[in-house]
Design a protein around this ligand. Structure first.
Ligand code: HEC
Length: 698
């Protein structure tokens, strides 16, 4: 792979100018809305009727059904060609941005890396306040997938945010002052929060992540006014020698074997929530098993409830009403935390209240959301682990050999999923769901070392086989899926995967940012490309839209991140400071061109080592470091420094940095006692061999 480093070092300078779009039309407010700038009008009634507030975006998925469909149509398939940059805001961070901004009373509330909250004037992008939770940077070592945050909730004058170190904070919407803060996790354990909270019936709902590091998942509900814990629903059972927290846990424990609780179990609630006020059901997606490998986690099998499941809870009590497990006995990191959308669809001539999800495992599920009954499930990407979902039992029919007892086994989709956290959207006018889909695979091998490391990345899967850079990059596509017919209607192919979430509008549009640094508008019915702008930074976040004073705006947070091993660094875009870009019709701020910069000279560094030592270093690197720094040291998605290009002096400090943890304060974990000084030396010569190879090419 010659592309790896040369692509990483494109540097750009996007000095976006700030402008106020013209247009002083009369103020229009939806029923009940007051332009207070304090978000005091957002209460239960407002949240239930979020769709009536056409010009605003008051909750994460735009409404409790999480459709991400906006009724605005000033920007339409006809006018979208005139969309131009209105304003931009620099978050001054260079790690990933994943938030969907909210807009309430003319104020935009959003988050950046390290859980920092921003309140901006939604007309101009001017900062009103900023709240930095001052997360100690050592917490970065617990973040599997970058120190990202997906946004806030707003309710009765407060702004709620979960922080990467596990706090839930309530801020005054007008001033950004802290009102209350609670620690929602045991901070000695490797929990993180990246999800946007939601508020249902006066309770703030927040989950957490960390399954790869060995935690037990749960969802908590806090009183929105006081921060007092109202209830907590654990998703997997704890130590059975102690009383179970709920009857649900006693039942779940019967589906586990061995001593799973010592490894956490997983099932973390790290992203999706949806709510149906009529049925009064809260829908929760749960994560993968911890560790991934069931032979390690629950030797002898079992369904391992409630891993990789969709749960319907009563929001007042947190009691389980029904559950549907999408991947029983998960063994492949198949989370069901992917975005859940509620809609009323006509299925086989009958109007049904459905819930839709495209979880990682590659099947698109339609459930009756009153009962959890499976209505249909068909593959939306290439699936090799299961033949089908049995419609009678609702269970997957697994293909032989997929539980990798001994041999390396290739499985599709891989752990990054046919679809990951990047939200899909549903347009009731076209009847289509727009999925940021991806084709990828993974080679699973049971890790015979049984080298369990408390508090660290543990999967029970042997990563040391991944010493070579991938020969082909996994690809992604925008998939327009007909959920009733369970069929693809159109797709737009992208060169790489890990593209942004989608927004769809009544203007017959779908918007999506791409990993290769573009922001694109397509016609929602046909997928015709109608508008595109090159923004230079890779996009993983999801666009949103709002209207103020008669002007419709479309916003996107642009900032590559969410570091993960497979495509790290291969995208070729630099980790530039994150930006929030907002577009409107006939706004003419032009985006400065993105200039590809030559890679600086890489000086070779002499060393002596045997081939065997370098190979040992390659294996150790793949097992221990690839998850953050990229497989084969490709670089962590352009987010972390490319280790091949370190200053020569860094190579003299490998033992201190890697074994002793000399840089733990900036998020680089120490590996004592698992790695010895000689191991650090072997990794050093492996990285040096890659560096020198690169220097030779220049
Ligand atoms: C949890 C994620 C994570 C893991 C796992 C990890 N690193 Fe790091 N590493 C970091 C971060 C974060 C930094 C600091 C980045 C910065 O400078 O801001 C870093 C920095 C470094 C540096 C200093 C680079 C420089 O030029 O200053 C070296 C060397 C390094 N890591 C090597 C390794 C090796 C070798 C392993 C495996 C044994 C490893 N890292 C595992 C996150 C990680």
């Amino acid at each position: 792979m010659t592309r790896r480093a040369s692509l990483l070092l494109i540097s750009i300078s996007l000095c976006l100018l700030v402008a106020v779009p013209a247009g002083q039309a009369q103020k229009k407010h939806a029923p009940g809305q007051q332009a207070t700038g304090k978000a005091t009008g957002i209460d239960d009634i407002a949240l239930r009727n979020a769709d009536l507030r056409k010009g605003e975006w008051i909750t994460h998925g735009r409404n409790y059904s999480e459709t991400r469909f906006s009724p605005l149509k000033q920007v339409s398939e006809v006018t979208v060609k005139d969309l131009g940059l209105a304003w931009s805001f620099d978050t001054e961070t260079d790690r990933g941005l994943e938030a969907t901004p909210l807009v309430v009373d003319g104020v935009m509330y959003t988050t950046g890396s390290w859980s920092i909250v921003y309140a901006l004037d939604a007309r101009t992008g001017k900062q009103i306040w900023k709240w930095d939770p001052q997360v100690p940077r050592r917490f970065g070592t617990k973040a599997c997938c970058d120190v990202v945050n997906r946004g806030v909730a707003v309710y009765k004058g407060h702004v709620y945010v979960g922080t990467i170190d596990g706090r839930l904070a309530a801020l005054d919407a007008a001033t950004g002052k802290l009102v209350w803060s609670v620690v929602t996790v045991d901070q000695t354990k490797p929990y993180t929060i990246t999800a946007a909270p939601r508020v249902v019936k006066g309770k703030v709902l927040i989950g957490n992540g960390g399954a790869e590091y060995g935690v037990r998942g749960y969802l908590s509900a806090y009183d929105a006014a006081t921060g007092k814990l109202s209830w907590r629903f654990y998703t997997v059972p704890g130590d059975p020698s102690k009383p179970f927290e709920s009857p649900e846990m006693a039942k779940a424990a019967k589906t586990w074997k061995g001593e799973w609780w010592k490894m956490g179990g997983g099932g973390t609630v790290w992203d999706s929530l949806a709510y149906d006020p009529e049925l009064d059901l809260l829908y929760v997606g749960t994560g993968n098993g911890s560790p991934w490998n069931q032979q390690v986690r629950s030797p002898g099998g079992g369904d391992n409830l409630y891993l990789s499941s969709i749960l319907a809870l009563r929001p007042a009590t947190g009691r389980l009403v029904w559950h549907y497990q999408v991947t029983p006995g998960d063994q492949w990191d198949f989370t069901a935390t992917q975005h859940i959308i509620l809609a009323d669809l006509e299925i086989k001539g009958q109007k049904r209240k459905v819930l839709m999800q495209a979880p990682k495992n590659g099947f698109f599920y339609i459930l009756d959301r009153r009962t959890g009954e499976l209505l249909s499930a068909e593959p939306y990407v290439t699936v090799t682990w299961a033949k089908e979902i049995d419609k009678k039992t609702g269970r997957p029919v697994e293909n032989p050999g997929v539980r990798y007892p001994a041999e390396p086994t290739q499985i599709q989709p891989g752990p990054l999923g046919g679809h990951n956290w990047q939200p899909m959207s549903f347009n009731p006018q076209t009847g289509l769901v727009y999925i940021p889909a991806q084709e990828n695979f993974f080679v699973f091998l049971h890790d015979k070392r049984l080298d369990y490391r408390p508090g660290r990345w543990n999967t029970g899967v042997d990563f040391s086989i991944f010493t070579d850079p991938p020969t082909a990059l996994p690809t992604g596509h925008l998939l327009a899926w007909d959920p009733v017919a369970q069929k693809e209607r159109w797709r737009v192919q992208y060169p790489v995967m890990w593209n942004g979430g989608t927004l769809t509008t009544a203007g017959n549009l779908v918007f999506q940012g791409t990993a290769d640094g573009r922001f694109v508008g397509y016609s929602a019915d046909k997928g015709a490309k109608l508008w595109e702008v090159t923004i230079g930074t890779g996009v993983i976040a999801t666009p949103m839209t709002y209207e103020i004073d008669g002007v419709q705006y479309v916003s996107i947070m642009a900032g590559w991140g969410g570091s993960f091993p497979l495509t790290g660094g291969s995208i070729g875009l630099p980790a530039t400071p994150g930006r929030l870009l907002t577009f409107a019709l006939n706004s003419k701020q032009s985006l400065p061109a993105v200039a590809a910069m030559e890679m600086p000279a890489v000086t070779p560094i002499e060393f002596t080592a045997t081939k065997e030592t370098i190979a040992k270093g390659a294996g150790l690197f793949a097992q221990n470091c690839g998850v953050c720094h990229g497989l084969a040291a490709l670089g962590g998605g352009g987010v972390l420094p490319d280790l091949k290009l370190s200053a020569p002096s860094v190579f003299n400090k490998y033992r201190e940095i890697i074994v002793d943890g000399a840089r733990v304060d900036i998020g680089m974990p120490g590996f004592k006692p698992w790695l010895k000084p000689e191991d650090a030396d072997a990794i050093r010569v492996y990285i040096l061999s890659l560096r020198n190879e690169l220097a030779k090419k220049k």
